[in-house]
Design a protein around this ligand. Structure first.
Ligand code: GRF
Length: 209
């Protein structure tokens, strides 16, 4: 049984999608904890309602990023995770933290990386006139929104889209993509080779939503 710890900062809809699929599809895994850097994050309420352990490490209580990351890692490691999933976790992580979880730290970013790393991805995609947008699940490296790509989902950008309408379409795709990528990880289906990720059985790592 693989142990999954999920980090959130807010709403937690991806946490919810992953926890629900994990239970419904009988993955060889369990979401053992949800941890937030924001007290009262909505995502923790859902986790608690499912009997998942919750914890908060409030970044405002720490003098430096390294201090916060050190305490966060201590709390995470108490749950002995095989996989740490960033799901709307709005903190830049220190190099030491990322190195500690190398190969077992996943993130989802609401763009087709390497395009539009950082914030305001939907607005930037619309302003650039993109006809396609999407989301990317990737292993986390020390560079923000960067790292070996596990899977991507695409959605069309429609005439008249606003950042809100586009974000809703992308989020719906995220809720399919992220559980799938996490499932592949816990089923040992991912091969990391020379900075690229392959699915062992050759399953498509692209979802056209
Ligand atoms: C998602 O769009 C994700 O791609 C981004 O933050 C958002 C989190 O949403 N990193 P939620 O908290 O999972 O609902």
């Amino acid at each position: 049984m693989k142990r999954i710890v999920i980090l959130v900062s807010g709403r937690g809809s991806n946490l919810q999608a992953i926890a629900q699929r994990c239970a419904a599809e009988g993955w060889p895994a369990r979401v053992v904890a949800a941890i937030s850097n924001r007290p009262g994050a909505e995502g923790l309420e859902f986790a608690a309602s499912q009997g998942i352990a919750t914890s908060t490490v409030d970044h405002r209580q720490y003098a430096s990023r390294e201090d916060f990351d050190g305490e966060l890692a201590r709390v995470i490691d108490a749950f002995a995770p095989d996989l740490v999933v960033l799901a709307g976790f709005m903190r830049i992580l220190s190099d030491g933290f990322v190195a500690h979880y190398a190969g077992r730290l996943l993130n989802i970013h609401p763009s087709l990386l390497p395009a539009f790393a950082g914030l305001h991805t939907h607005q930037r995609a619309i302003e650039a006139g993109c006809k396609v947008a999407g989301a990317t699940v990737h292993f986390v490296t020390a560079t923000l929104d960067h790292g070996p790509i596990v899977a991507q989902a695409t959605v069309p950008v429609l005439a008249g889209d606003t950042p809100e309408t586009l974000s809703q379409r992308v989020l719906a795709a995220e809720h399919v993509l992220y559980p799938l990528a996490v499932r592949w990880f816990v089923e040992d289906q991912l091969l990391l080779d020379d900075g690229r990720v392959r699915h062992r059985a050759g399953q498509s790592q692209l979802l056209a939503c």
